[in-house]
Design a protein around this ligand. Structure first.
Ligand code: SAH
Ligand code: SF4
Ligand code: F3S
Length: 434
């Protein structure tokens, strides 16, 4: 079959879509680049906020039109599949199969069964404790920058969050498999990898903890850059940060989801760190490397958030001077502990807080970018710019895009540029050396 996978949600879902893709390719199916050409359309879904689900329902609605014209198979996988199961087929009868988060590697078996039994429906959502592994990842071609899953699931049960329910308990992956996969990618041309997990700092496989794993990855020859996400602030410490910052391949970008700057709200959210602890992390980074970037996620209008609590969040944002931040309005999710508590901040207030904090991020990120003016930074060249034939672009370790001009195609190279201008999110640079 010709298949098309549409991915919603976080980087972990993007990684899972690649797994599903490999599974399908390996059994002889063919990938295509739009749903119009496909016989099999798969939605890899997210359920973290209601808006994520609404988008999927909207797209699934379009599939009905497709199905009227020709025979196609429609599958839903990922977090919303895990959460809703049979309900998805009840709501959208033209869905043929629903596979929960521990059933990605059943995909080819399920597709074959449905090819042989048209009209049947399959729903698999039971959860498993093992780390989901496919036989081998026969990556077709290694990209310059790739994601690697090092753990699955989450044990933290933040009050507002549905992820632990849909992704199951935390399971770390065998470091041997991680290293093998990275080495295979590096042999194929990958220069930068991002280690993925809901909480990478709590990685643990026997005696191998997160720092030990990073050291193992660091030793891989030919790999230039290591990124990781997400670090839960409760499991990050100034000491761990200092160790990471001393490793040359570890990129100077730290994503530390704050969620709230108020101790009262952090407690209500079950985040298990204090504002003071978070501050010590920010201080450590800023002192060791003033050009490192810090990014975050923040929720406004969580149950019980007063004006004073909100002010604390705003103050922390001023203190941290984030390079960028995602601000979300609190959206209670059925099944979480938060669902049981009154959602008592009115929507207009949430909206107002969201807009205000977005303005703060804009201001701090402009300031952070301005700090780079005149600085020499290293970038990994990953593509072409849009304004001329010789314009190329790359990313700094701190995860900022820099465009620059060069006659020579420098794709895949690490080069040094001097930052000459900053416009919105984009930096402009001049080549300093190769
Ligand atoms: N494991 C990661 C990311 C989880 S989901 C972490 O711990 O940070 C990504 C972000 O979505 C979260 O950081 C949080 O800011 C936001 N989020 C999660 N549940 C939410 C909800 N119910 N309403 C609004 N935002 C939410
Ligand atoms: Fe959700 Fe908290 Fe786990 Fe992140 S750490 S996935 S916010 S429960
Ligand atoms: Fe969404 Fe699942 Fe990621 S709920 S944010 S896709 S872990």
């Amino acid at each position: 079959m010709r298949f098309y996978i549409e991915t919603y949600g976080c980087q972990m879902n993007e990684y899972d879509s690649q797994l599903a893709e490999y599974e399908l390719l390996r059994s002889g199916h063919e990938k295509c680049i739009s749903p119009e050409e496909a016989d099999l359309v798969i939605f890899n879904t997210c359920t973290v906020r209601k808006s994520a689900e609404d988008r999927v329902y909207g797209q699934l609605g379009h599939m009905k039109r497709y199905k009227k014209k020709r025979t196609i198979m429609v599958g839903v996988i990922g977090c919303m599949a895990q959460k809703s199961g049979q309900k998805l087929i009840d709501d959208v009868p033209h869905v043929d199969f629903v596979l929960g988060t521990d059933h990605l590697n059943d995909i080819t078996r399920v597709v074959r069964f449905l090819q042989e039994h048209p009209g049947e429906k399959i729903v698999l959502t039971d959860q498993d404790d093992a780390f989901l592994e496919t036989e081998e990842l026969p990556r077709k071609e290694a990209g310059l920058s790739e994601f690697i899953s090092i753990m699955r699931g989450c044990n933290n049960f933040c009050t507002y969050c549905i992820v632990p329910y849909v992704r199951g308990r935390e399971r770390s992956r065998d470091p041997k498999r991680i290293i093998e996969e990275i080495m295979r990618l590096v042999a194929g041309g990958t220069r930068e990898i991002t280690l993925l997990g809901q909480n990478v700092n709590s990685y643990q496989w026997g005696k191998t903890d997160f720092l030990k794993l990073i050291r193992m990855v660091h030793d891989i020859k030919g790999l230039d850059r290591i990124r990781f996400t997400t670090s839960h602030p409760k499991d990050m410490s100034p000491e761990i940060l200092q160790t990471l910052m001393a490793m040359s391949k570890v990129c100077n970008h730290y994503h530390l989801p704050l969620q709230s700057g108020s101790d009262t709200i952090l407690k209500a959210m079950n985040r298990k760190y204090t504002e003071a602890h978070y501050r010590s992390l920010v201080e450590t980074i800023r002192q060791a490397d003033p050009l490192a970037s810090i990014t975050t996620d923040i929720i406004v209008g969580f149950s019980g958030e007063t004006d004073a609590d909100y002010k604390k969040t705003k103050e922390m944002m001023q203190f941290a001077q984030y390079d960028s931040a995602f601000i979300f309005k609190y959206n209670p999710r059925p099944g979480t502990r938060g669902w049981e508590i009154a959602d008592d901040v009115p929507v207009p207030k949430k909206q107002q807080r969201l807009e205000e904090l977005n303005a703060v991020v804009k201001e701090t990120s402009d300031k952070r970018n301005a700090l780079l003016l005149g600085e020499k930074v290293e970038i990994l060249v990953d593509g072409r710019g849009r304004s001329s034939d010789i314009q190329q672009k790359g990313r700094t370790g701190s995860n900022k895009v820099v465009v620059f001009d060069s006659e020579e195609d420098l794709y895949g190279r690490l080069i040094t540029v001097t930052i000459t201008d900053a416009v919105g999110w984009t930096l402009f640079g001049k080549m300093a050396s190769i």
